[in-house]
Design a protein around this ligand. Structure first.
Ligand SMILES: C[S@@+](CC[C@H](N)C(=O)[O-])C[C@H]1O[C@@H](n2cnc3c(N)ncnc32)[C@H](O)[C@@H]1O
Length: 216
């Protein structure tokens, strides 16, 4: 007997996005908050080159691409199974304005981005995340991969290395947990970024879209 492999489709305009339960870190919800944010704050902007950091199956990136928020999207992700799903979505829809970067964080990137979106791991420890009912269906191992950023190392590496890969007016808009936002912002500040705005993510009620700007 063959083993059963399931993947699901999340359709945004003309793009059916392939995903699995294991790779869905909440982006299927946050996409709606992102679209609201762009409508309210940047209704007439079309960004040239966008990056989805910690992309998973690319809900946010494919979603904004399908709404013409950007001309091109790059997906950065480290997990093999998510990379396979990103490739499947791109190949099945013959998308020619998306690039996949399979890497551990942003140091390897060589583009200049004017928009960065992403839903990175945003709890400093597993226990804090575990108390939260929203994250209850996943194995401990999978949620550590998806949700935990020990000592904020992933965020620190991002804010340290992204500086020379962004245009001066680059918009960085990250989905973060509301309770952890002050600690993440402290890391961002240490690296020269300021929090310009934070909007409640209506899809969950306990996250925000945090807009960071490079100030040095
Ligand atoms: C909260 S999940 C978000 C997944 C997807 N964007 C979503 O919203 O459903 C965080 C993602 O970051 C990826 N990740 C964790 N550390 C990473 C790193 N150092 N570099 C790139 N991706 C990373 C994980 O594999 C996971 O897919």
């Amino acid at each position: 007997m063959k083993s059963l492999e399931l993947d699901w489709l999340y359709k945004t305009n003309d793009i059916p996005i392939h995903y699995t339960e294991e790779t869905n870190g909440g982006g299927s919800f946050f996409l709606l908050d992102y679209i609201d944010y762009f409508k309210e704050h940047y209704p007439n902007n079309k960004f040239n080159s966008a990056l989805e950091w910690c992309a998973g199956p690319g809900f946010i990136g494919f979603g904004i691409l399908s709404c013409d928020v950007c001309n091109h999207i790059t997906f950065l992700e480290t997990y093999d199974k998510a990379i396979n799903l990103l490739e499947k979505t791109i190949n099945n829809s013959s998308i020619n304005n998306a690039t996949i970067v399979h890497a551990d964080n942003v140091k390897v990137l060589d583009g200049k981005y004017d928009l960065i979106v992403g839903n990175p791991p945003h709890f400093s420890e597993y226990q804090l995340m575990q108390k939260n009912a929203y994250y209850s269906n996943h194995s401990k191992e999978n949620w550590e991969r998806i949700a935990v950023d020990n000592n904020w190392d992933i965020h620190r590496e991002f804010f340290t290395n992204i500086k020379d890969k962004i245009t001066p007016d680059c918009l960085i808009l990250l989905a973060e947990n509301t309770r952890e936002l002050p600690k993440i912002t402290k890391v961002a500040n240490e690296c020269g970024f300021e929090l310009k705005n934070s909007n409640l993510a209506k899809s969950t009620g306990m996250h925000v879209l945090a807009e960071y700007k490079y100030i040095l």
